[in-house]
Design a protein around this ligand. Structure first.
Ligand SMILES: *[C@@H]1O[C@H](CO)[C@@H](O)[C@H](O)[C@H]1NC(C)=O
Ligand SMILES: *[C@@H]1O[C@H](CO)[C@@H](O)[C@H](O)[C@H]1NC(C)=O
Ligand SMILES: *[C@@H]1O[C@H](CO)[C@@H](O)[C@H](O)[C@H]1NC(C)=O
Ligand SMILES: [Zn+2]
Length: 968
């Protein structure tokens, strides 16, 4: 699945302006997959004409219930599905009697019996069944001539474990095949999971789209199925739909014909059978969307979206890059794309960023639709990387699937790494591959440095319930997974890495694997070319990164020549209770540069190793381009020399490492390994820096200072210092853009222009504020937006912050009328920038009304408001007041949910706030925190750490800023 709650450049900037970082060092905002699961069904009518809810009850047992197979979350291995035949009919108008949107279905599944059994367990969730003549919810037919099917003696729904259970009067015979028929009804709810509905305003009013999101465990909400990734089968799909709508699924449309059902004439579309595949990759969609298409080497590529979006050309960019990226991955994997078509569709309501359904990839609109008049370069980059991410899954994930969800990190980490390679292919000018350092490595460092982090790999037996599976879709799986795979590819060399990858895919095509299978193939590739300098097998080296949480800080003492490692903890006083099989030691590839010359790599595999000593003015810089998943500390002498190089000849240091020096220094200071003042000194050279990555790194880290100090006396002197630092950058952009008339050429330059404006405005640079307010006023007055899409987020936010109700209402009406989601997204974020408490409170209320703020956007809107220093306490009050509602709407297995908790509490740094947080935890113990449970504990851990940090640092930080600001 693609990243969901991605803070794009444009949106991140909004937060910066009002004194709250999108990416405060500690907060997990990177990757979000979230899935809303309505806990309470509040249906009006209990019955539905089409179905008769079963009356059979599970047999009463005297043993403890957990001994029954239907009380276990994992399927027994006795039955193996082979072919499904599914017909589904979603109704795009509500049932006149009940007011419910529903779908009906008939399904059959052919399975082979692998072990004799008199029990059939098949996943089913929230489906109502029609009884067959045997008075049971299914009918069983033997497929081998001469064999007699056992009769069903009882059938019931085991709701907790989500099974349809069928008890038989005799055993199914080993190696015999059977077919199971069912007829069922489900609700086409707006809950963003399973078969669900999305709504939008089109010509002639409200339009309904029926669509799906199966991953990880909601295929069972669309039809009864053996819903585990290793239960691969071939699917024959048929969709019934209204005239004027188009039906899509994984396979190509085989035939659409007119059918009569009752007094209705409808369309029936049959699809070509799928490849052998997992249930979580299925997709069924009925919509009135339009599309554009082209064909590359016999693969038909189509982009679907709302007709008006297609007519406005918003699918053109996606179409233009899909073919080249698909070709790139065919070469990279040395494997032909196995399907005849690749559909991609933009949905108005979609919870994750995107979903890699095989042959029919679904996206949020912002992740697929591009319009030059509205989309920023950041929006464009997001589209390129997310398309690349999903296409990468067509092989890694879809063709070869991990056997169980505990290995999710390999699936998502891999796609999150190679998405940069594919996007680079589409946009070679961007240097997009460098950005993995900011977007994934640095971002996940912040989380993985906590004592409450967790290892990449989980044990299969620990991941059973749907909520446990959902919890795995986190920044560790995505961003740490990507970071360690990038390191692995680097130390093996890309040639060896792809060699192993290719044989892995070839061996397991259409099947399932575990992560050690990939290690095995990479080792084969290593052995093939000779193992070079590797200090162990791929398996041994990678175990240290995969089986223990966290990462090391490598300390290089250039005076004594000793290199050592230690588990890096953001809070050195935090207690690590989780045991590690390697005692928190890693096998670390270390590469470095000495006084500008690149040196070879060496390995650190024990606690310490002897290395070279430096003399004179020589300096050493380790972890070039941050390919290693670790931080680096030095002795004071080397730090001083590095600071000297930064201030006199910063270009000697590669740009990624300039970003690293800043990020490492600030985090080492947080961990009390170096003084905070030393970290602040890494920002002194920024007056001469024009590159994006170091600036971005500095801003990400200074955000923490804003969070801690924007309500204190440090704020003023800090603003003075930062204003002084940013004005040269602001003027640089003013010059190269001819007084803001032109767009800077480079992708990174465009990003840094946004930083220049947002920081200049944020620090109160008058010229900047006048500029952005004038733009906005011109828009309001002339109704033509003069602001370049790249600058909109920051300009809107500044103008709305400076303005009042008039500006806010204008932006709100533009939000409601926006014809492209990326514009709506910018406005939605900027609306949280107002300084009027009543507007912020009203905006918070809007998040409870899905007609005003879509459900998919509710939690991120609350977080935007909390980012605003004035909105912070309002959002916190709001969350507390509405906890049980918010929890039932967004709590189950949702990832945006932990972002919500982290987001509203990230500024917490006082004893009073800590008490409130603990009270909140106690008060809601009964309702619970679901997938946000860890986030609540992390928030408490973070608040305590923040309190200590302020106590230790406030004085020195204040006097440093004061002194630096005076040097104006
Ligand atoms: C399924 O049955 C339950 C219980 O009778 C009912 O509340 C629900 O509305 C039914 N769902 C559908 C989609 O018919
Ligand atoms: C699938 O089922 C439908 C009716 O439910 C039937 O008409 C069709 O022939 C079946 N297709 C296959 C491939 O078995
Ligand atoms: C499961 O839910 C259905 C519908 O809500 C209900 O009819 C059935 O009795 C439940 N099954 C069990 C075992 O509780
Ligand atoms: Zn993914």
């Amino acid at each position: 699945m693609g990243k969901g709650f991605f803070i794009s450049k444009g949106v991140g900037v909004v937060c910066i302006i009002l004194g709250a970082g999108a990416v405060a060092t500690i907060i997990a905002l990177s990757v979000v997959y979230s899935q809303e699961k309505a806990k309470n069904e509040n249906h009006v009518s209990p019955t539905n004409g089409a179905t008769t809810p079963t009356t059979s009850k599970p047999p009463t047992t005297t043993t403890t219930p957990s001994n029954n197979p239907w009380d276990k979350y994992r399927l027994p291995q006795s039955l193996v599905p082979e072919i499904y035949n599914i017909t589904l009919w979603p109704r795009l108008t509500p049932d006149p009697k009940t007011g419910l949107y529903i779908f009906t279905g008939v399904s059959s599944v052919e399975f082979k019996c692998a072990e004799e059994t008199n029990l059939i367990l098949i996943h089913s969730n929230k489906l109502n069944y029609t009884n067959y003549e045997n008075n049971h919810m299914a009918k069983l037919i033997p497929l081998d001539s001469g064999s007699k099917a056992p009769s069903i003696v009882s059938s019931w729904l085991q709701n907790e474990t989500q099974y349809l259970v069928l008890k038989l009067d005799s055993k199914l015979m080993k190696d015999h095949r059977y077919r199971l028929h069912t007829t069922f009804t489900g609700e086409l709810a707006d809950d963003l999971g399973g078969f669900y509905r999305s709504e939008y305003k089109g010509d002639g009013g409200k339009k309904i789209v029926a669509t799906t999101q199966m991953q990880p465990t909601d295929a069972r909400k669309a039809f009864p199925c053996f819903d585990e990734p290793a239960m691969k089968a071939v699917f024959h799909i048929t969709l019934i739909h209204d005239h004027g709508t188009v039906a899509l699924s994984n396979g190509e449309e085989k035939e659409t014909r007119i059918v009569s059902i009752g007094d209705q004439t409808l369309l029936q579309t049959d699809f070509e059978p799928t490849e052998k595949m997992s249930t979580y990759l299925l997709a069924f969609i009925v919509s009135d969307f339009g599309y554009i298409n082209n064909t590359i080497d016999n693969v038909m590529i189509r982009i679907f979206a709302r007709k008006s979006a297609i007519e406005a050309g918003q699918g053109v960019y996606a179409l233009s890059i899909t073919g080249p990226i698909l070709k790139f991955f065919e070469k990279y994997y040395n494997s032909t794309y196995p399907l005849p078509k690749s559909d991609q569709i933009a949905l108005p309501d979609f919870n994750a960023g995107a979903m890699e359904n095989w042959g029919l990839i679904t996206y949020r609109e912002t992740a697929l639709l591009y319009d030059e008049a509205f989309s920023s370069n950041g929006n464009k980059e997001r589209i390129a990387t997310i398309i690349s991410h999903e296409l990468a899954h067509m092989w890694f994930g879809n063709l070869v699937t991990l056997r169980w969800w505990n290995d999710l990190w390999l699936n998502e980490g891999f796609a999150s790494y190679v998405e940069y390679l594919g996007a680079h292919e589409a946009e070679p000018e961007w240097n997009v591959k460098d950005l993995i350092v900011l977007n994934d490595v640095h971002r996940v460092f912040a989380i993985d440095a906590l004592a409450s982090s967790h290892p990449l790999s989980s044990k299969e037996e620990d991941i059973q319930k749907p909520a446990q599976i959902s919890e795995l879709f986190d920044a560790i799986s995505y961003s740490k997974g990507a970071s360690v795979l990038r390191m692995l590819s680097d130390f093996l060399s890309e040639g060896v890495f792809t060699m192993g990858l290719r044989t892995y895919l070839a061996e397991f095509a259409y099947g399932n694997a575990v992560y050690t299978d990939l290690w095995k193939h990479l080792q084969m590739a290593v052995d093939n070319v000779g193992s070079g300098d590797l200090p162990g097998t791929v398996h041994n080296i990678m175990n240290t990164w995969v089986l223990q949480m966290g990462f090391p800080v490598v300390t290089i003492n250039a005076t004594t020549g000793v290199i050592s490692q230690k588990h890096f903890l953001l809070d050195p006083d935090s207690e690590v209770t989780a045991p590690s099989p390697f005692n928190y030691e890693w096998i670390i590839p270390i590469n470095w540069m000495k006084t500008g010359d690149i040196q070879i790599r060496r390995w650190l595999s024990g606690k310490t190793v002897e290395s070279m000593k430096l003399t004179g003015s020589d300096w050493l810089l380790a972890n070039l381009n941050v390919v290693g998943y670790y931080r680096v500390n030095y002795d004071q002498g080397n730090w001083d020399r590095l600071l000297e190089v930064l201030s006199t000849a910063h270009a000697t240091i590669p740009v990624i490492n300039r970003a690293q020096l800043v990020d490492d220094a600030f985090n080492l200071a947080r961990a009390k390994l170096i003084p905070t003042v030393l970290a602040l000194k890494t920002t002194k050279y920024l007056g001469k820096e024009t590159e994006y990555m170091p600036w971005e790194s500095a801003l990400n880290n200074l955000d923490f200072f804003y969070l801690m100090f924007d309500r204190s006396e440090v704020y003023g002197p800090m603003q003075d210092y930062l204003r002084k630092q940013v004005i040269p950058l602001f003027n640089h952009y003013k010059n190269i853009t001819d007084n803001w008339a032109k767009v800077p050429k480079g992708h990174m330059d465009q990003y840094n222009q946004v930083n220049a404006i947002s920081l200049a405005c944020r620090t109160g640079h008058q010229e900047c504020q006048t500029l952005t307010q004038a733009w906005f006023k011109q828009w309001m007055d002339e109704k033509i937006n003069p602001i370049h899409p790249n600058l909109r987020s920051t300009a809107y936010c500044n103008a709305i912050a400076a303005g009042g109700a008039k500006e806010w209402e204008f932006a709100w009406s533009e939000f409601q009328n926006a014809t492209i989601a990326s514009e709506a997204e910018k406005l939605r974020a900027a609306l949280a920038c107002t300084k009027q408490p009543w507007l912020l409170n009203r905006y918070l209320e809007y998040t409870l009304d899905s007609k005003l703020i879509r459900k998919q956007d509710a939690t991120s809107t609350i977080v935007y408001i909390a980012n605003n220093v004035i909105g912070q306490s309002l959002a916190w009050d709001f969350i507390r007041a509405h906890w049980s509602y918010i929890f039932t709407q967004y709590g189950g297995g949702s990832f945006s949910f932990s972002n919500l908790i982290n987001g509203v509490t990230k500024r917490f740094s006082s004893d009073f706030e800590l008490k409130q947080l603990k009270q909140f935890k106690a008060n809601n113990a009964e309702v619970g925190f679901g997938s946000g449970t860890l986030a609540v504990d992390q928030s408490i851990e973070r608040t305590i750490a923040n309190m200590k940090w302020i106590a230790d640092n406030k004085k020195s930080v204040l006097s440093w800023f004061k002194a630096e600001a005076k040097l104006l």
